[in-house]
Design a protein around this ligand. Structure first.
Ligand SMILES: [Zn+2]
Length: 109
């Protein structure tokens, strides 16, 4: 039961990332599937149950996708996809701190 719960979490995270990546006009669906390592069938299932993904696909089809200021990129610390402000490399302050701490440790060791 616990494992199923974890699988569900992972799927939801993947869907959040896919929805985010779909906002970028520079990535096509094939590239997004490759980045997220998901197959055609899985992608269709996601679009079927996730309203945000379905809406983004529709917006892409109609060409009404709003231009983003920046492209989504993976966080250097946790690997989650996020929308950076300027040259942000981390998705959150927590991740930034984690990265700084491990950089400190590397310097002192
Ligand atoms: Zn992060």
């Amino acid at each position: 039961m616990d494992r199923n719960h974890t699988d569900g979490e992972t799927k939801r995270n993947d869907e959040t990332a896919v929805a985010l990546l779909l906002r970028s006009p520079h990535l096509d669906v094939g590239q997004i599937m490759e980045l997220m390592d998901i197959g055609d069938r899985e992608f269709r299932e996601m679009a079927g149950r996730n309203e945000t993904i379905a809406r983004r696909l529709e917006e892409r089809r109609l060409g009404t996708l709003r231009e983003l200021k920046s492209d989504p990129r993976p966080c250097k610390a946790c690997g989650e996809w996020f929308l950076p402000y300027g040259s942000d490399r981390f998705c959150s302050d927590g991740c930034k701190r984690t990265a700084q701490l491990s950089a400190c440790r590397r310097r002192t060791v």
